[in-house]
Design a protein around this ligand. Structure first.
Ligand code: NAD
Length: 297
């Protein structure tokens, strides 16, 4: 068997087109653009790339982008004051503070300062709690993107065995909550899990969010399973001095057994920004007190 490739890039492009339509509809009804503020502290090169790309995508979707770039030595109090101003600004529907923050700043304190109804990253404990009890809120972008790909591929997920490898607050835990919400039987595996290969072999759905290049091998995968690879790992490339990106799953061996699999790059990665735009737009409709067309996004 050769697995079908789950094309996250194409899915994300379709989603972004739908978001752009809804952003235009929002502007007509609300008399203003939906707005997303992105805050970057310091000069981490990867974070700079993410922030630039988020700003560009926001504008392409017809939304307003507010970028705040602060020096690496910004005091925690000054960052908290900026978050307060953004919380109070009616033109700002969503606030994203790019992580990681410099060491002298307490990330949890900053996340806690964001108004949960503008927390489009879904990292605030209020939103984690809402997800846990099944109330509407904001769900972290990467796991929500994974769920969209799974539902697009498999339809109804109820009763399926799902194994999530990784238990981070950003990916693994919210992914597990989402799958429970879809009535899957969910196992969360992590660094202390015994016999990981045997645990993974039970799964109809495998979501790998570990950060270890090509750790999940094809012979861990149940034939016909659907594999979502969240990992983004840079490894030495074929040519001297070059690097390439690989996932947490050994793609070639897994694709020989699975029924469908996300590639790296081009799978989960493109979904993250698309879902961020989705969350910002949902925030805008809610914050403006307007009714988002049912099942719109
Ligand atoms: P993390 O480091 O916070 O968490 C990794 C998890 O993996 C931990 O819960 C740990 O218990 C588990 N783990 C570590 N070693 C293990 C092992 N040997 N066996 C089983 N489990 C093990 O990472 P994260 O933020 O959740 O990200 C995971 C991966 O996803 C990374 O490669 C990251 O780059 C990638 N990522 C991608 C996107 C995207 O947009 N596609 C977004 C976020 C993260």
């Amino acid at each position: 068997m050769t697995a079908a490739v789950i094309d996250g890039k194409a899915f994300a492009a379709t989603l972004r087109a739908r978001i752009a339509d809804l952003a235009a509809a929002f502007e007509l009804q609300a008399g203003r653009k939906a707005g997303l503020a992105v805050v970057l502290v310091g000069e981490d090169p990867a974070s700079q790339v993410y922030v630039r790309s988020k700003g560009k995508s926001t504008i392409e979707a017809g939304m307003a982008s507010f970028e705040h770039k602060l020096p690496a030595d910004t005091a925690e109090a000054d960052l908290l004051a900026l978050v307060d101003r953004l919380n109070a600004d009616p033109a700002v529907d969503g606030i994203l503070v790019q992580l990681p923050l410099p060491r002298h700043i307490d990330e949890q304190k900053v996340i806690a300062a964001i108004n949960p109804d503008k927390d489009v990253d879904g990292f605030h404990v209020t939103n984690a709690g809402r997800l846990a009890v099944g109330q509407p809120g904001f769900v972290p972008c990467t796991p929500l993107g994974c769920l969209m790909l799974l539902k697009d591929r498999l339809g109804d997920l109820s009763g399926l065995d799902a194994v999530v490898i990784g238990r981070s607050n950003i990916v693994g835990k919210p992914m597990a909550q989402l799958l429970i919400g879809e009535s899957c039987t969910v196992t969360v595996a992590h660094s202390r899990t015994r016999n990981l290969a045997d645990v993974v072999r039970r799964a109809d759905i495998v979501v790998a969010a570990v950060g270890r290049p090509e750790m999940v091998k094809g012979d861990w995968i149940k034939p016909g399973a659907t594999v979502i690879d969240v990992g983004i790992n840079r490894v030495p490339g074929a040519a001297e001095g070059k690097t390439r990106l690989v996932g947490d799953v050994d793609y070639a061996s897994a694709a020989a057994v699975a029924s469908a699999i996300t590639p790296v790059p081009g799978g989960v990665g493109p979904m993250t920004i698309a879902v961020l735009l989705r969350n910002a737009l949902v925030a805008a409709w809610r914050n403006a007190g307007l009714e988002l067309p049912a099942d719109a996004i």
